[in-house]
Design a protein. Structure first.
Length: 232
């Protein structure tokens, strides 16, 4: 059976699973030296070249199940799991659900799902986009506008990256094309935007609502989600 997720696998040695963030894909780790490890870098469900089913489970638990399926298909028993941004949320969920498959966790900031620090004033200034994506205004400003989506993604890659880094045209072209091919950006529970779509006007609305219903509760703090379930 073919692997369910698109992935890159390079190097030789102990297995290391590399989970990307938002907005990104498996190429986030392209500059990482991997020759001494069996490095597996998948596109998470709904990202990059991985499947984007309308009724898919894009919660942290659903993404963790897809990653486990990929490890099974590749014959990997246990791995060191590396994740940043939403990849850290999926990595944490994977460690909860299948601790015997995780040799070690390597988590990089930001760390959604780790304690209440995420609710502090500083972090909340950086996560405004999660609430924005739940407003109809996000569709009016972004839906179907290729250049607006490109500028939007450029902001996050420039603002959240290290000093002097600017995203390449190749990176932005790839991300924008994947979003247009999907006709919307699926959500990942309270981690990834659930309303942002990038197809033609009105494309995918019913499917996006279906993904909303499938998302389920916040995987860590059910009583205190990072972003309210309803805004506005």
């Amino acid at each position: 059976m073919s692997p369910s997720l698109a992935f890159d696998r390079t190097g030789d040695g102990p297995a290391v699973l590399l989970l990307h963030g938002w907005p990104g894909d498996r190429h986030d780790y392209a500059a990482l030296e991997r020759s001494r490890f069996d490095a597996i870098a998948p596109d998470l469900l709904g990202f990059g070249e991985s499947p984007k089913p309308a009724g898919g489970d894009y919660s942290a638990a659903g993404e963790a199940r897809e990653v486990l399926t990929l490890l099974d298909e590749l014959g990997v028993g246990a791995a060191t799991v590396v994740g940043y941004d939403i990849g850290s949320r999926v990595a944490q969920q994977l460690a909860r659900d299948a601790p015997d498959r995780v040799r070690a966790l390597v988590l990089a900031p930001p760390l959604p799902g780790v304690g209440e620090r995420i609710l502090g004033e500083g972090p909340m200034r950086e996560f405004w986009y999660q609430a924005f994506h739940r407003l109809p205004l996000s569709e009016q400003l972004l839906d179907g506008n290729r250049e607006a989506i490109r500028a939007y993604l450029r902001h996050f890659w420039s603002h959240w990256s290290g000093p002097g880094f600017e995203p390449s045209d190749e990176l932005l072209d790839r991300l924008v094309e994947h979003l247009f091919a999907a006709r919307r950006l699926h959500g990942l529970d309270r981690v990834v935007p659930r309303r942002l779509r990038v197809g033609g006007a009105g494309a995918g609305r019913d499917a996006a609502r279906g993904a909303d219903r499938a998302a389920g509760p916040h995987p860590v703090a059910r009583a205190r989600p990072v972003v309210p379930a309803r805004v506005g």
